[in-house]
Design a protein around this ligand. Structure first.
Ligand code: FES
Length: 104
């Protein structure tokens, strides 16, 4: 089962930026890549850094703590397939971004 959460208005996360949000008791990193929103686990797999506060270049975010990079469209680490942030479906409806999270 999963639940859908309204997490931000479209204007809150301009193109080329990200945001750290809390939904369903989880920290989520939300990104706007050319108008398409992507959501991944906001807690970095390396040491818990704030992925949502990282710099976004195209679809690649760089964790601000130690520089691990992830593709926000898949959650995958850029250097290895063995590491990935969990990714979640995100969609826009009536100017609001919704993220679907599995029940915990
Ligand atoms: S905590 Fe993200 S790179 Fe270290």
């Amino acid at each position: 089962m999963s639940q859908r959460f309204p997490v931000a208005s479209v204007e809150d996360v301009p193109v080329g930026t990200g945001a750290e949000i809390v939904a369903g008791g989880r920290i989520i990193a939300l990104f706007n890549v050319d108008g398409t929103f992507h959501a991944v686990d906001g807690v970095c797999a390396h040491a818990g850094g704030p992925v949502g506060k990282g710099e976004l270049n195209g679809c690649i975010v760089t964790c601000p703590w130690h520089g691990w990079q992830y593709d926000v469209s898949t959650g995958r680490h850029c250097l290895t397939d063995n590491i990935a942030q969990q990714s979640f479906p995100a969609e826009v409806e009536d100017g609001m971004v919704y993220v679907e999270l599995p029940d915990s």
